[in-house]
Write a new protein. Structure first.
Length: 225
């Protein structure tokens, strides 16, 4: 299995370093993505912040250039918006779609519309300086970078019909304070089209329990199973 892993807001592919190391030790291939605008050296153009479409295009290109190996496309938090857009376009290229305490949008949803008041307030306060970039919240890794506000605000366009969907898994971090995912988790538990599991360590599962996350990801069955 090849894992393509998309981080949440403010973070880069480095967020999955410990998880990727365990998966690679078990013989899997991993590509952890740093989304446009979140590069370690900062964005190429601070006056043009990437939107959700740009991030979907970026990850779709990574999937498209694959060699045909089974792909598990994984997204954390905001990354759920991105992988949903990629799956709508390239669902036939994916074996598994994994939302790691992440937004699961319908057509027309945005990160802004799906999130909690706590995060809306954080987005607004963080973008107050220039209206384009949301400053890094306190407590994140020093490698975190300001996140493009446009990607949080843009609504997703879904509507592809590419045959049977990939297997869908939601990994909950539990009911942490301000979580926008509590009701979503309960709804998906009752949906036979989803596999739901919980690693109750809070939102940043890859940081707080990389071993547990790698174990869940490594046990994903092929789509044909």
């Amino acid at each position: 299995m090849k894992y393509v892993m998309v981080p949440g807001g403010w973070q880069g592919g480095w967020a999955f370093d410990a998880v990727a190391a365990e998966l690679r030790r078990d013989g899997h291939r991993v590509e952890a993505v740093t989304l446009a605008g979140l590069e370690p050296d900062g964005p190429a153009d601070v006056d043009r912040s990437p939107n959700l479409d740009a991030h979907v295009d970026q990850v779709a290109e990574i999937v498209e250039r694959g060699d045909g190996a089974p792909v598990a496309l994984c997204g954390h938090s905001y990354g759920g918006m991105v992988i949903a857009g990629v799956a709508d376009r390239l669902g036939d290229r994916l074996d598994q779609l994994v939302f790691i305490d992440a937004y699961v949008p319908d057509d027309g949803d945005s990160c802004w519309s799906l999130t909690s008041d706590r995060f809306r307030e954080l987005f607004l306060a963080g973008a107050r300086a220039d209206g384009r970039w949301v400053a890094v919240p306190e407590g994140l890794d020093p490698r975190a970078r300001p996140h493009p506000l446009a990607s949080f605000l843009q609504s997703i366009r879904l509507g592809g019909d590419l045959g049977p969907p990939p297997g869908r898994t939601f990994i909950s971090g539990g009911a942490w304070p301000g979580s926008p995912f509590v009701a979503l988790t309960e709804r998906l538990r009752d949906d036979p089209g989803w596999r739901v599991t919980e690693i109750p360590v809070g939102h940043n599962i890859a940081r707080h329990d990389p071993h547990g996350l790698a174990a869940v990801l490594g046990a994903l069955p092929p789509r044909s199973a």
